[in-house]
Design a protein around this ligand. Structure first.
Ligand SMILES: *Cc1c(COP(=O)(O)O)cnc(C)c1O
Length: 363
């Protein structure tokens, strides 16, 4: 078995230790005599798993006690609707920053529901090559919340700051940067994330919500989208994505075992620096993102020649460096270097980039 370096933006690499532990426990979990996949979600064995998963995530992210942690289904995209449905009643209107495709979708979803939503800042005219600077005076005083996408997976940008809005809660989509480094949860009203980028296989969505924000759900709220119902039922109003939660638990355990998010950040910074330093040191490849907005998780670059870009992704794939093609909407290349990507994977990528540049001189 030869594992490749998989630079996919999601679903994406999982730590090898985690996969091996899951494999060892796949058929019989502990003394239970069955697989986690076969367990009742109401069984004591499974309750221990979901409780541990929550406790570990709380420890990792240092989540304050007045925040609920929910394990949901539907992906981050379902939260694009759930966010306004759960919060709009606070004041009746909400503000959005559009810094890329997913934040644009979140904004559109709230519009589709017929709400008074306003895009208060966007970097669309700059091809989303940086994130906007958002200050309190830009946001409507009576906005129920401000929605942002903290790390823009497709463009490779990330907020280098957290908007400071006083009493207006910041709601952040952290799908592609959650648990990549420490973050002050108390600066946010709600954090949500699809798990398949940096936490687990697909099928799980994490919502971290301040408990005073649970009381604004719409009357006609679909029960499955109501955070309060899920919080009151310990994410078990219905069957949760049991196995994916178990995998997330193994991932949290792995991060705790290496030293938590401080250590994770160090490793991620080292990987990103290797790639960005190389990009900055030559002129064959070009990194379109402005330096202050660079993502540590998704690194985008181009050769400036669409045919060469195509050749690059194809030859890299043959060399065991998979999924380096940029998102279909933007082209070029994207290396997603989430927590599970080892330093050696980025070293191999940089070595390949040098070789490719030598072997394919530009006209
Ligand atoms: C992948 C992604 C999404 C969409 O996630 P789904 O779980 O597929 O719905 C939303 N936001 C961000 C930032 C993403 O990276």
């Amino acid at each position: 078995m030869n594992r490749v370096y998989n630079f996919s933006a999601g679903p994406s690499m999982l730590p090898l230790d985690v996969l091996q532990k899951a494999a060892a426990e796949l058929v019989c979990y502990g003394e239970s005599g069955m697989s986690v996949m076969e367990m009742s979600h109401r069984s004591p064995d499974y309750e221990a798993i979901i409780n541990d998963a929550e406790a570990m995530l709380r420890e990792l992210m240092n989540i304050p006690e007045n925040y609920k942690v929910l394990f949901l289904q539907g992906g981050a995209s379902t939260q694009f609707a759930a966010v306004p449905l759960n919060l709009i009643k606070r004041t009746g209107k909400a503000d959005y920053v559009v810094s890329g495709q997913f934040s644009g979708k979140a904004y559109k979803e709230a519009q589709k529901l017929g709400y008074d939503v306003k895009c208060v800042a966007t970097t669309k005219d700059d091809n989303f090559d940086h994130v906007p600077t958002v200050t309190k005076d830009m946001v409507r005083e009576d906005a129920a919340y401000l929605h942002i996408c903290f790390n823009n997976t497709i463009y490779g940008t990330k907020y280098p700051y957290i908007p400071e809005l006083g009493d207006i809660p910041v709601v952040a989509d952290m799908s592609s940067c959650i648990i990549s480094e420490p973050v002050d949860v108390s600066k946010f009203g709600v954090i949500y994330a699809g798990a398949q980028k940096n936490m687990a296989p697909a099928g799980l969505t994490i919502v971290i919500v301040r408990d005073d924000l649970l009381d604004y759900a719409e009357e006609k709220m679909p029960t499955m989208l109501e955070w309060k119902t899920m919080a009151e039922n310990g994410s078990m109003y219905n069957t949760p994505p049991c196995y994916t939660i178990y995998m997330a638990k193994l991932v949290y355990e792995w991060i705790l075992s290496i030293g938590g998010l401080e250590e994770m950040k160090k490793r991620n910074e080292k990987k990103a620096a290797l790639l960005y330093d190389y990009l900055d040191s030559q002129d064959y490849y070009f990194a379109p993102v402005k330096k202050e907005s660079r993502s540590m998780m998704n690194v985008t670059f181009v050769t400036g020649d669409a045919d060469l870009d195509k050749k690059f992704a194809s030859e890299a794939g043959k060399a065991g460096l998979k999924n380096l093609k940029g998102h279909r909407s933007v082209g070029g290349m994207r290396a997603s270097i989430y927590n599970a990507m080892p330093y050696e994977g980025v070293e191999a990528l940089v070595a390949f980039m040098k070789k490719f540049a030598e072997e394919n001189p530009k006209a």
